[in-house]
Design a protein around this ligand. Structure first.
Ligand SMILES: [Zn+2]
Length: 253
């Protein structure tokens, strides 16, 4: 009996909550089907404040230009706002996601910070590094985006303080097989082997040029950067031959 009374109290409470939420969303009641456009600007929906009417979207629905508490702007459909589906520019969802994926004791771990940083760089246009990541199509694997645990299971714990998250292929995203913990030196080496070089009308990364010439990538790198070889000298096949025979000759002597 006690549990029935408890249920009834809960239901009454939920109904009351729902009603006040609907009031917040300024429903005009079941009779009011259409929104009077003049009443929208200045209204608040969650973190969004409606500024003015936007253009119709691709589905022909009216939209509103809104500014979010975080400072971003977005267009939102009337229904999305009024139903409570749209409450922010997307920042609320990001924050909830991060909160959901924070295991007790892990919210301040280096792995969790790396995970958050990775998602911010790739999904938040307000992030200082967004242009170099999300802005140029670097994505986070969908499973990792929604689950810190899945990310951690794949990359493991950070080996030392000197290690940070690194993408093996710079042009691919944060995805299984392309992410590792690496020291700054390792990352520099990795970055330099990903340098694109155009020579004789052909563009390849340094690693591939080194493979073609048949020398270690670091040797090729220092020839171009420290030893002052021109691209012609460093990458042209005949130049290597001459040096090879010169070396051979010296050995014979
Ligand atoms: Zn926002």
């Amino acid at each position: 009996m006690a549990s029935l009374a408890h249920m009834q109290r809960m239901l009454a409470h939920l109904e009351k909550q729902e009603r006040s939420q609907l009031e917040l969303l300024s429903w005009k009641g079941p009779g009011a089907r259409r929104t009077d456009p003049s009443t929208m600007p200045g209204q608040r929906f969650g973190r969004l404040l409606v500024l003015r009417r936007g253009a119709k979207n691709s589905r022909g629905c009216a939209t509103w230009l809104c500014v979010c508490d975080c400072g971003s702007e977005r267009l939102a459909e009337t229904n999305g706002l009024k139903s409570g589906c749209i409450k922010s520019c997307g920042c609320l969802r990001r924050e909830q996601l991060i909160k959901r994926n924070t295991k007790h004791g892990d919210c301040n771990s280096p792995e969790h910070r790396s995970w958050m940083g990775m998602i911010q760089r790739c999904t938040n246009p307000k992030d200082a590094a967004y242009d170099r990541y999300g802005g140029r199509g670097i994505n986070v694997h969908p499973e990792w985006k929604s689950s810190f645990t899945a990310f951690l299971d794949h990359v493991g714990r950070r080996p030392t303080r000197a290690h940070s998250l690194d993408r093996i292929d710079n042009d691919r995203g944060y995805e299984p097989g392309n992410v590792r913990w690496a020291t700054a030196a390792e990352q520099n080496r990795n970055q330099r082997s990903n340098i694109r070089i155009t020579f004789a009308g052909e563009t390849m990364i340094l690693t591939d040029w080194a493979k073609r010439i048949g020398i270690p990538v670091n040797t090729l790198y220092s020839r171009i950067t420290h030893l002052g070889w021109t691209l012609d000298e460093a990458l042209k096949p005949k130049m290597r031959k001459r040096r090879a025979s010169w070396n051979a000759g010296r050995k014979l002597a």
